[in-house]
Design a protein around this ligand. Sequence first.
Ligand code: PTJ
Length: 256
Amino acid sequence: PSFIPPSHPRYESLMTREKLVEGFRAGIVVPEGLIAHGRGEAFDYILGETSRDFAIEAAKVAAAMMLAARRPVISVNGNAAALAAEKLAELSRVTGAPLEVNLFHWSRERADRIKKWLERFDCEVLAEGDAEIEGIEHCRRIVDSRGILVADVVLVALEDGDRCEVLRRVGKKVIAIDLNPLSRTAQMADVTVVDNVTRAIPNIVKFAREMKELSREELEEIFKGYDNGKILKRALEAIREYLTSKSLEASRFQRS
Ligand code: PTJ
């Protein structure tokens, strides 16, 4: 692995890349996952690389929904496993939602490798791939009959669009973590946490711990009036404001 000095101004971001590269070398992340991360990084950059207020609000709603669910499941792909395995396992323990390996680029070997990778952190991982979701043609249709197939709430990170739509069509609530507020997943989900999975999962864990003792009624109160469209609008406005302030800085720099 490359040596990255902690004093480097982009230390966090570079270390995150290293985790993906490590996951790639271990056969967890596919090459396409490295490309997908680059897109995520670009959005993270123009969101200020921090959990914004709209992401924190959505994370709280996500935690409440998972705690109130009868059969919540956390869907994990290669990138999410490489970036946040330990925190995903913690979220699983706090909410009682099993992790399920669900892949766009599926193979039996890869699904088993990711299962083992996650199990190092003391959690239940489903990866049977013994059922299918109708209406999806690509490999994300392959699910576990004890997990996504029968779940009422599914948390998905770094998705690729149409599965989210199908999951909603078959009556499931979808919580998405996606740095791109314009993506189809972000737009189709019931709750979108526009944040890096490396920050979003710890935020959801924190809220889940805080709300663990609340009754179902109290939890429902938290997500009752939630409007995902407003959250996405705020994310887009945040990007616009960030770019406006940066363009003003640039024009000042030009004059001096
Ligand atoms: O492991 P597999 O086989 O399931 O494949 C996973 C990838 C990521 C290759 C697959 O799901 C894919 O192609 O995804 P997309 O269509 O590129 O979508 C990924 C979305 O996640 C994009 O909207 C990115 O902006 C976003 N994203 C990338 N990195 C992060 C992210 N969102 C949150 N945190 C990130 N670190």
